[in-house]
Design a protein around this ligand. Structure first.
Ligand code: NAD
Length: 251
C-alpha cells in the first residue's frame, strides 16, 4: 500500500487508535494532519514522530463536533498541503450508563462527538475530494454499534449511525472516485478500555475467539488498506476488526 503524495487528516489522533492510524498512514508515505482537543502536547509528539520518519505532518487542534472548528481544520490542511485525500473519522468518547439512568447530556455529548463529527468532517472533506475526483473516508465505528452492549445505548446508537451515514454517503459520491467505509473494532487495548477493571478486561479477553484484546495497530492496518488505491472498488462497507467476538457462539 503506497500513499506517497496523499494528504490525510486523522481526527482524535493525539493518542490511542488514532495515533497509530496516523503513524501507519505516514509509514505508507502520506502527509498527515493530527487533530485533537485539549492538551496539545500528545498531538505535538505524534507530529514529531512522523517528521522523524521523514514525512510532513502538522497539528490542527479543534473540537470535531463543531462545524466552525472542522471547517478551520480542513481549510488549514488544504492551505498547508494543497489538498485533502484521506479523512479518518476516529475521534470518539464514551459516557456509559444504563438507559434508565442516562441523562440527556450523556446522550447529546456522545451523539455530537461520535456521530455529528463524522457528518461535519466528511462534508468539509468531500468539498475537496469531489472536486479532485479522488478521496477516501474511513470512519471508526464499533462492534457495539452492530451487536449492542449493556450501558452503552448512546455509544451504540452513535456507532450504528456511522454505519448508516457510511452507506448513504458512499452511494452519493461513488461516481466521483470517492469511497466511504467504516471499520468496526472490537475490544482494543487503549486508554478507553484500560479504564475498565482488570477483572473485566480478563473476562472480555475470554470471550474473544482469538483469545486476546486487539492492538491499535490491528485497526490501523485495516484503515490503511481502505485508504489505499488497492481498495478503490470497496465502498459503503463495514470491516470488523475484532478477533471474532461479533461472530457470537452457539452455546
Ligand atoms: P482514546 O480515548 O484513547 O482516543 C480518542 C481521542 O479522541 C483522544 O485523543 C481524544 O482527546 C480525542 N477526542 C475526543 N473528543 C474529541 C473531539 N471532540 N474533537 C477532537 N478529538 C477528540 O480512544 P481510542 O480507544 O483510541 O478510540 C478511538 C476510536 O475508536 C473511537 O472512535 C472509539 O469509539 C473507537 N473504538 C475504540 C475501541 C476500543 O476498544 N478502544 C473499540 C471500538 C471502537
Amino acid at each position: 500500500m503506497d500513499l506517497t503524495g496523499k494528504v490525510a487528516l486523522v481526527t482524535g489522533s493525539g493518542r490511542g487508535i488514532g495515533r497509530e492510524i496516523a503513524i501507519r498512514l505516514a509509514e505508507a508515505g502520506a502527509s498527515v494532519v493530527i487533530n485533537d482537543v485539549g492538551n496539545p502536547e500528545p498531538p505535538n509528539e505524534v507530529v514529531a514522530q512522523i517528521k522523524q520518519m521523514g514525512h510532513p505532518s502538522m497539528v490542527a487542534m479543534g473540537d470535531v463536533s463543531q462545524s466552525v472548528d472542522v471547517n478551520r481544520i480542513v481549510d488549514t490542511t488544504v492551505a498547508a498541503y494543497g489538498k485533502l485525500d484521506i479523512l479518518v473519522n476516529n475521534a470518539g468518547i464514551t459516557r456509559d450508563q444504563l438507559v434508565l439512568r442516562m441523562t440527556d447530556e450523556d446522550w447529546d455529548k456522545v451523539m455530537a462527538v461520535d456521530l455529528k463529527s463524522v457528518f461535519v468532517c466528511s462534508r468539509a472533506a468531500l468539498r475537496h475530494m469531489i472536486r479532485q475526483r479522488w478521496g477516501r473516508i474511513v470512519s471508526i465505528s464499533s462492534i457495539v454499534g452492530i451487536i449492542g452492549n449493556v450501558g452503552q445505548a448512546n455509544y451504540a446508537s452513535a456507532k450504528a449511525g456511522i454505519i448508516g451515514f457510511t452507506k448513504a454517503t458512499a452511494k452519493e459520491v461513488a461516481s466521483r472516485n470517492v469511497t466511504v467505509n467504516a471499520v468496526a473494532p472490537g475490544f482494543i487495548d487503549t486508554a478507553m478500555t484500560q479504564q475498565l477493571p482488570e477483572e473485566r478486561r480478563q473476562e472480555m479477553a475470554g470471550k474473544i475467539p482469538a483469545g486476546y484484546l486487539g492492538t491499535p495497530r490491528d485497526v490501523a492496518e485495516a484503515v490503511a488498506f481502505l485508504a489505499s488505491e488497492e481498495a478503490r472498488y470497496i465502498t459503503g462497507q463495514v470491516l470488523t476488526v475484532d478477533g471474532g467476538i461479533s461472530l457470537g457462539k452457539l452455546m
